[in-house]
Each structure stands twice: as structure tokens, then as C-alpha cells.
Design a protein around this ligand. Structure first.
Ligand code: AMP
Length: 600
């Protein structure tokens, strides 16, 4: 119980004034004894769910109460198989359809979360329980406590949060379904977080939950500016949303200034509940409006460089997930943030929170995540890059047997496996991480990429990370020509022989065709994967194709996903796609194509 997460909450209920010190010293305790905390966590999960159908299948009638935590760990990991979402889908489907027997958990599941699906192409249902939102509150408070040591903020200040709920709906069996962030924003824990961290979001619930991301973005910006002097920091779940909001601001600022001047809300806000909620807050403030107008006129001349500190003079930092597939937006974010620090947010998934950033002063490129050893039971599958001369195109990494958290090694790459309080048992998350060190006894993880191989024509294997590096190299050339990369994706074209990679770029600014040829050549030559290099030399993979898409194409892609039920808060541009609809949008929007001349 000493480590128990639930125990922490009970303790707090009695001491409402619990300070940041409590949560930091709690984490110090559990991270120092991370191995023990992990075994206790597994024991609790197994005990709480004793007798559920899924565990019975693998563990029979074994009663964890009779065993010590080490015995449970070794029995559990030897008898219960590693699974992917597809293996658990039939069980989750029955729950969604209304089967109330204890299938995965003893506690009835009434809510399901949708993972974003923008990386996998398809949304997946995952059980959501009170534990899910409690852990969200817990990790947010812990991270806030560490941030406040480096970047103190004023109590009672406001946060400009670019957060978005998606619509919730009922499954066939009557369960509530929506994204995990949507459930969280609707939960008591979201309110508790504001009280405990003494920082309040600018927008009321009606704005966050409108379901129309364009209208919500407008109101976030309007209210963020209305409360301009109170804003202590600016945040979103994934960095993409902040970039998206400020790019829209370049178009919207005049209208927003007018609203602030008149205490009104633009006619583009058509949803009655949201209109009313915002009108209840915004009062005419011509002085503020003219100040903002002057700043914006000035910012226009410098391509909106340093927009954040100029518009929000008391903001201390910008806070969001900036690692992994968000890295490509860093450049734009830095441009908008100017002198303000960028603080990279924590590492988690719809399935479970995983690690917290305890070094907020590190630049996003160097950030690591300390594993939360009481949130879930974690295992780590060691991954080894294949021998360079391997000719098997089917496996991206060679795997070893999974190891518990206490046995991970610094410098080794792993795939994460989760056993959660919400009924996922030895579930492969699909993320590749590297252990970069330890915080007390808990590993610090570097996020590397999604496991899924993304670009492959034959024996070549390139991950999301490989593609990111290549695109970074190629797009460096744009900056010499006053142009910038807005967003990108790719596909492996295998219908026509020889197959080849296609990379789609949306660019801001005009560049000559000769520059594009150069960028394309540079990217083709920058793929270092041996399979790719050999195949290119022998022409079994054709020259890389760079397609330039018209401005606004990636917004269309976002709209396509939102239209299919994705939430902006969780959106991640797919970095490689075989989705026919997406490829259709990309092809229709392509305005220029060039082919690489690397390899002759
Ligand atoms: P979702 O399926 O929408 O819940 O997204 C979860 C996925 O987002 C994780 O499995 C990771 O691949 C990615 N992700 C979440 N947090 C981070 C982070 N801090 N850095 C990099 N990638 C992250």
C-alpha cells in the first residue's frame, strides 16, 4: 500500500492543501523502489481482476492472494501471452456490444476510449476507467510541480490551452465512447487539476467540447487574448495544435481584435451554447483591442516571429508534446515562441500514461521520460537492428525476450508492453524507446518512433524516424530560399515497377524547380538504410519522387480525419500512408512532381 497510487489519493483527500512537495516526495519514493512498485502494481492488477474471463483462460484459478509478488510476476509473464490490439479486439467488442460479464476487468467498464488512429490508420477502442483520469491528474500535477521549480508561475493565473474534445457517442451496448482526452476534460479530475495546480484554463467547457475545431480554435484565441495579462503559459496536448492555432491567427487577428473592442463574438461562431458561454465572458475592451492590434501590425512585418511573448507578455513557456512525430513542428513553434522556452510534455497513450518529463529546462530534442512505476506494469522487449546484410524484408527489428522494468539496460532499444488496470494484459504498444539512464530506480526513456515499419518497397526498411531525418536534411535547403516546410507525408508506390518512395511536401513560399530537384536528390541520398541504398544502386527501387502539394492540403487531410471522428487534441499527421482516400487527396492537390537524380 506504501506505493499505491490510490493510497496517494486517499492521503490527499484528508489534506486538501497538499503541496507540490507531497507529490514530488511520493514520486521519489516510488521511483527509488521502482522494481518493487512494479511487482506490487502487477499484484494489484491481478488481484483486482481475479477470475475475469481473459485471465482465467491463461492463469486458470490461480489466486494471487496466496502468492508473493515475485512468484506472481514470473507466473504471469510465463503463462499470459504477449498480444496486440487485434488479439484483444473480440473481447473489447463484446464489452462495447453490452456484454456485462467480467471479461477483462471485475469492475464494469462503462466508457471506452478511441486511440487517435492517425498513426495506424484505424481508430481502436480501449477501456477507460476512473483510474485513467486519476493517473492523468496525477502525472499532470507531478510534471507541474517539476516545471514550477524551473519556471515559477503565479498562483491563480491562467493557461491558454488549445484543447479539443471530440463528440462522445454510445456504442451498441450503451457504453460512452470518445477520445481519452475528451473523457478527461469532462471529468471531475480536470476541475481538480485546475484547483490543485492553481492555474485555470481560459476557455469554458462549452468551448473545449464544441466538437467544431475551427470554432473552438477561434474562441481559444479570443479568450486567450481577452485574458492576455493573466496567461502564465500556453499549451496543447500535441504541438501540432498550437502551430495550427497560430497559423490560423495570422488570418483571424483583425476579427478577434474587433470582438475584444466590442465585447462581441464573430458571426463565424454559430454554435449557440459556445456563443453564449463566450459572450458571458468577453466584455468591451477598446484599450486592450488597440494594444493587440498594434502588436499584430508589428508582428506582420517580422513574419510573426516571437508572436507568443509579444501577445502574452507574462507567459513563461510553451508546453506540449514536441517529441516523436511532433518534432517536425518544432521549427515553426520556435519561430512563434521567440525567446520563450519550449517545454516538452509527458509521454503517454490512450492505453496508459508511461513517463514524465522531470527536466523541463531541457530542449525538446534531448528530453527523456521517467517511467511511472505505479501506473501500469511495464515490460520491455529488447530490439536489435537487423544485420545490415539481411535480406529479409518482413521484420524491422530482431526481438529478444521481454524483461521487467528493473532489468532494462542503458543504451538499449525496447518495445513497450503494458499490463493496465483497465484490462489490457501484456499488450504491445508499438512504440520504440531507448533507455537513456535512470531517475532513482526508474528508467528514463527516449522516445524513438512507432514500431511499425513505415516505408518499405522490398528489402528496404525505413521507420518514421528515418523519414523524419531525411526530410529535415532535404528541407534545410528551403530556408536559403525564404521558404519553409509546412508539413509532409509519404507513401511507398509499389504498383508500378520498380517501386519507389513518394514524399509529399506542403511548402510556404515560392521556390524554383531547380531547388526542388536539389531537395529531392538530397533526400534520396540521405536514406542510409542498407536495403534502400543497395536497391537504389541496382535500380530495384526507382528514384525518389517529391510531390509538392498546394497550400492547405494538410488542412484538408486534418478535416478528413476529423470528419471520421478523430479529435484535434490527438491528431498526428500520418507520416506514411497507404490509405486510398488520403492518397487521392494528395494526388489531386499535387501541383509539381520531381524525381531524384541521385544514384545516376
Ligand atoms: P494515441 O493513440 O492517440 O493515444 O497516441 C499515443 C501515441 O502517441 C503513443 O503511443 C506515442 O506513439 C505517441 N506519443 C505520446 N506521447 C508522446 C511523447 N511525449 N513523445 C512522442 N510520442 C508520443
Amino acid at each position: 500500500m506504501f506505493f499505491s497510487f490510490v493510497g496517494f489519493f486517499r492521503m490527499e483527500a484528508g489534506t486538501l492543501e497538499a503541496s507540490n512537495c507531497d507529490i514530488v516526495s511520493w514520486f521519489d519514493r516510488v521511483s527509488t523502489n521502482a522494481g518493487v512498485a512494479q511487482r506490487e502494481t502487477l499484484r494489484r492488477i491481478i488481484e483486482l481482476n481475479h477470475g475475469v474471463e481473459y485471465l482465467k483462460e491463461w492463469l486458470g484459478d490461480i489466486d494471487a492472494k496466496e502468492m508473493d509478488a515475485c512468484e506472481i510476476e514470473s507466473l504471469y509473464t510465463s503463462l499470459v501471452p504477449l498480444v496486440s490490439h487485434a488479439d484483444l479486439e473480440p473481447y473489447i467488442r463484446r464489452i462495447a456490444d453490452g456484454d456485462i460479464s467480467p471479461i477483462l476487468t471485475q469492475h464494469p467498464i462503462t466508457t471506452l476510449s478511441l486511440s487517435s488512429g492517425t498513426t495506424e490508420g484505424r481508430q481502436k477502442f480501449v477501456p477507460f476507467t476512473r483510474h485513467s483520469s486519476q493517473t492523468t491528474l496525477q502525472i499532470f500535477r507531478l510534471a507541474a510541480a517539476y516545471r514550477s521549480r524551473v519556471y515559477p508561475t503565479r498562483d491563480g493565473g491562467r493557461i491558454l490551452e488549445f484543447i479539443y474534445s471530440s463528440k462522445r457517442f454510445k456504442t451498441k451496448g450503451g457504453l460512452t465512447a470518445g477520445t481519452a482526452t475528451t473523457h478527461y476534460y469532462a471529468s471531475e479530475d480536470f476541475k481538480i487539476k485546475q484547483e490543485k495546480t492553481k492555474a485555470f484554463t481560459c476557455s469554458p467547457h462549452e468551448v473545449i467540447s464544441s466538437g467544431d475545431y475551427k470554432q473552438t480554435t477561434y474562441c481559444h484565441l479570443l479568450l486567450g487574448l481577452f485574458f492576455r495579462d493573466e496567461v502564465e503559459f500556453i499549451t496543447s496536448t500535441f504541438a501540432y495544435s498550437i502551430v495550427q492555432a497560430f497559423v490560423s491567427f495570422e488570418e483571424l487577428w483583425k476579427e478577434i481584435c474587433k470582438d475584444i473592442k466590442e465585447g462581441n463574438v464573430s458571426s463565424r461562431i454559430t454554435l449557440p451554447k459556445m456563443r453564449k458561454a463566450v459572450l458571458d465572458i468577453v466584455k468591451p475592451n477598446p484599450i486592450l483591442a488597440s494594444k493587440i492590434k498594434a502588436v499584430c501590425e508589428d508582428l506582420q512585418g517580422s513574419d510573426w516571429y516571437g508572436l507568443v511573448p509579444k501577445l502574452w507578455p507574462n507567459a513563461k513557456y510553451v508546453y506540449s508534446i514536441m517529441t516523436g512525430s511532433m518534432q517536425p513542428y518544432l521549427k515553426k513553434l520556435r519561430h512563434h515562441a521567440g525567446s520563450l522556452p519550449l517545454v516538452s510534455a509527458d509521454y503517454g497513450s490512450t492505453e496508459s500514461w508511461i513517463g514524465v518529463n522531470l527536466d523541463p529546462s531541457l530542449p525538446p530534442e534531448n528530453v527523456t521520460f521517467s517511467v511511472m512505476p505505479t501506473f501500469s506494469y511495464f515490460e520491455f522487449i529488447p530490439l536489435y537492428r537487423q544485420n545490415q546484410d539481411s535480406s529479409s524484408g518482413s521484420v524491422d527489428f530482431i526481438e529478444d525476450e521481454p524483461v521487467p522494468l528493473s532489468q532494462v539496460k542503458v543504451g538499449q532499444e525496447y518495445e513497450i508492453v503494458l499490463t493496465t488496470f483497465t484490462g489490457l494484459y501484456r499488450y504491445r504498444l508499438g512504440d520504440v524507446v531507448e533507455v537513456s539512464g535512470f531517475h532513482n530506480g526508474t528508467p528514463k526513456l527516449n522516445f524513438i518512433c512507432r514500431r511499425k515499419l513505415i516505408l518499405a518497397v522490398n528489402i528496404d526498411k525505413n521507420t518514421e524516424k528515418d523519414l523524419q531525418l531525411v526530410v529535415e536534411r532535404g528541407s534545410e535547403l528551403l530556408s536559403n530560399h525564404r521558404a519553409e516546410l509546412v508539413d509532409f507525408t509519404s507513401s511507398a508506390e509499389v504498383v508500378r515497377q520498380p517501386g519507389h518512395y513518394v514524399i509529399y511536401w506542403e511548402i510556404k513560399g515560392e521556390v524554383e524547380e531547380s531547388v526542388l530537384f536539389e531537395c529531392c536528390r538530397e533526400m534520396d541520398a540521405s536514406f542510409v538504410d542498407h536495403g534502400y541504398v543497395v536497391s537504389r544502386r541496382t535500380n530495384s527501387i526507382g528514384p525518389l519522387e517529391l510531390c509538392i502539394v498546394e497550400r492547405g492540403t494538410f488542412k484538408k487531410i486534418l478535416d478528413h480525419f476529423i470528419g471520421n471522428g478523430a479529435a484535434l487534441s490527438q491528431f498526428k499527421t500520418p507520416r506514411c500512408t497507404s490509405d486510398r482516400m488520403l492518397l487521392r487527396i494528395l494526388d489531386l492537390c499535387t501541383v509539381k512532381r520531381v524525381r531524384s537524380t541521385a544514384y545516376g
